[in-house]
Design a protein around this ligand. Structure first.
Ligand code: NDP
Length: 465
């Protein structure tokens, strides 16, 4: 029995990857890769530190800060920072582990890392957030750098927090360098970075639809259930609408906003929700007595219903596409079965580890046994890599001291999403034998493709032999 502390989220992410490798022919063809997996599952380095800051009442506050520098075989450590009260080492190790293989699938030179703090931005003033970011970066700055480790945003870390942290890094190091991505446009940020994860997710699902329907279907007319209402959810929703799909829900940590209207959410309504989230408010406030005047006119109670304390999956009627875009483990086994009963054909994760292992097993069993009428599931590490891919493009633009146009970045993002999809598909065909008539497993294919690339680079660099 291991005497290590229990790390449930990390163990879940590790088992998900390891089981798909075990169930393929990879270890028969390359038995030496078992050693590589054992070594790759331990971070190169874990940094933990305290962050002491003063709140608006002049009282002292303390939080735990972390950076997991998991793997640098393919490039500088790269991965977001999460500020959320639930943050602990197990969650950051799971996110960092996923990030290694996701970054490998982008085709760019980025290693894997993740960090953050158990700081809760909700209910804090801008002044308190700035003070926390300064305290956090004062310590983190000694461990990162444009060629060492380049963090970005994640839950609770938006361009505002990136700005405060970038400013503090610059003061301490007396250096302007591309040490963070997701920066403001006028000071080194890339066009399309805010949109990239959500847009990329929808580009990925477009390929799934096109492949499974043999080119006969698109997003047009599809009903799409989305969870979350932050960065990823907002831009996924806008792209779905642009492509002719109907968005029937958004949600947050307190409940779900659902519409039965045939037009679904409109872009103006999504923008109203974006403004609400910048003000750090909950969706529940839309219909509350203190709702601001703008949202009072934008959202009508005849079009929307708000259901507290639920995720949207079982409350939207018939659906074609499900896009979890809030947090980990947000589709349970029961919800996976409910989505199948509601007619879902495509499930793709905008969030990291959006589905529980039980839910993945249900989706995958359905895929294996239903041939042409099956569900097709895409894991976060393949479907949500658009964000980190454009972060990689931001690093390239910073190094070259130039800015690409919106069209240029969007085109590169589309190419990267296409290649992530095709890589997963082709690798599954090569290493998992299920017969021509079954849709290939995107979770197995993407895991194997990402892992093989990292393992080979680690071997070349003498990390295992
Ligand atoms: P945001 O902070 O912008 O939004 C997070 C959303 O998820 C909010 O609606 C939030 O609700 C909700 N949420 C957070 N925690 C929980 C919880 N425990 N239960 C239910 N709902 C919750 O984050 P992002 O949109 O950036 O990230 C969403 C997901 O996408 C995460 O899993 C992240 O790791 C992943 N991701 C993000 C990328 C990016 O580029 N931003 C890249 C790749 C993956 P509330 O407002 O109430 O807090």
């Amino acid at each position: 029995m291991s005497n290590l502390p229990s790390e449930p989220e990390f163990e879940q992410a590790y088992k998900e990857l390891a089981s798909t490798l075990e169930n393929s022919t990879l270890f028969q063809q390359h038995p030496e890769y078992r050693k590589a997996l054992k070594i790759a599952s331990i971070p190169e380095r874990v940094i933990q530190f305290r962050v002491v800051w003063e709140d608006d009442k002049g009282e002292l506050q303390v939080n735990r800060g972390y950076r997991v520098q998991f793997n640098s075989a393919l490039g500088p450590y790269k991965g977001g920072l999460r500020f959320h009260p639930s943050v602990n080492l197990s969650i950051l190790k799971f996110l960092g582990f996923e990030q290694i293989f996701k970054n490998a699938l982008t085709g760019l030179n980025m290693g894997g890392g993740k960090g953050g703090a158990d700081f809760d931005p909700k209910g804090k003033s801008d002044n308190e957030i700035r003070k926390f970011c300064v305290g956090f970066m004062t310590e983190l700055s000694r461990h990162i750098g444009a060629d060492t480790d380049v963090p970005a945003g994640d839950i609770g870390v938006s361009p505002r927090e990136i700005g405060f942290m970038f400013g503090q890094y610059k003061k301490i190091r007396n250096q302007w360098e591309g040490v963070l991505t997701g920066k403001g446009l006028s000071w080194g940020g890339s066009l399309i970075r805010p949109e990239a994860t959500g847009f990329g997710l929808v580009y990925y699902v477009q390929h799934m639809i096109q492949h499974a329907s043999k080119g006969s279907e698109t997003f047009a007319g599809k009903r799409v259930v989305i969870s979350g209402s932050g960065n990823v959810a907002q831009y996924a929703a806008l792209k779905v609408i642009e492509l002719g799909g109907t968005v029937v829900s958004l949600s947050d940590s307190q409940g779900s906003l659902i519409t039965e209207s045939p037009e679904g959410f409109t872009p103006a309504e999504i923008e109203g929700i974006a403004a609400l989230k910048v003000a750090r408010k909950q969706l529940s406030s839309i219909f509350s007595a203190d709702a601001d005047a703008h949202n009072n006119t934008l959202f009508s109670q005849s079009k929307f219903k708000y259901i507290p304390n639920v995720r949207p999956w079982l409350h939207v009627g018939k659906v074609d596409v499900a896009l979890p875009c809030a947090t980990q483990n947000e589709i349970s086994s029961e919800e996976a079965q409910g989505l199948i009963d509601a007619g879902v054909k495509y499930v793709a994760e905008g969030s990291n580890m959006g589905s529980t292992q039980g839910a993945i097993d249900i989706f995958e069993a359905h895929r294996e046994s239903n041939k042409n009428n099956s569900i097709w599931y895409a894991p976060g590490k393949a479907a949500n890599l658009g964000g980190v891919a454009v972060s990689g493009l931001e690093m390239a633009q910073n190094s070259a001291r130039l800015n690409w146009t919106r069209e240029e970045v969007d085109r590169k993002l589309q190419d990267i999403m296409k290649s992530s999809f095709e890589n997963g598909l082709e690798t599954a065909k090569r290493f998992v034998s299920e017969g021509e008539e079954v849709l290939p497993s995107l979770v197995a294919g993407s895991n194997i493709a990402g892992f093989m690339k990292v393992a080979a680079a680690m071997k070349d660099q003498g990390d295992w032999w």
